[in-house]
Design a protein. Structure first.
Length: 155
């Protein structure tokens, strides 16, 4: 059973006013072009994760992104200020599963892991910034890395 969590989140945004939900004008799902075990895979998380040497995300309308090394030994920090962020700050793997993805590659479930992943700050209300600038730029970067499949890990 699929869980449509955005309406639940919008209803439970107290004490703030309910969030306005945005529905994209077209569906972004695409069929897989070839078997998963032949694909290069990258992660895209909305948890505002970055490497400590990178510029911090700002709250609210930060529509930028950070490229994060796929190497699981590279430290990351979380800038997202979600009230459910305690678990993520203890283990970013919860919303940025680099080790799990490496395991899938080692077992042959996916072809390979891309050399880098991407992180954005979730909850951006400027939808034009997302659809007109952020998403196309991420798509270009993923294509340049020859990524076949990007897994969006929401936060």
């Amino acid at each position: 059973m699929a869980l449509d969590y955005l309406p639940i989140l919008a209803e439970n945004a107290a004490p703030r006013p309910p969030r306005k939900l945005y529905r994209a004008p077209r569906i972004g799902w695409q069929p897989l072009g070839r078997p998963l075990n032949e694909m290069r895979v990258s992660l895209v998380t909305s948890a505002a994760i970055r490497q400590p040497s990178q510029r911090a995300f700002t709250t609210g309308g930060d529509a930028s992104y950070r490229r994060i090394a796929a190497d699981t030994g590279v430290d990351v920090t979380v800038d997202h200020h979600s009230p459910v962020g305690a678990d993520v700050r203890r283990d970013a793997e919860v919303v940025f599963p680099r080790r799990a993805l490496q395991g899938l590659a080692q077992r042959g479930v996916i072809g390979s892991v891309a050399r880098g992943h991407f992180s954005i700050y979730g909850g951006i209300s400027d939808h034009d910034a997302i659809t007109e600038r952020l998403a196309p730029e991420l798509a270009r970067r993923l294509a340049a890395m020859r990524v076949d499949l990007a897994l969006m890990v929401p936060y």
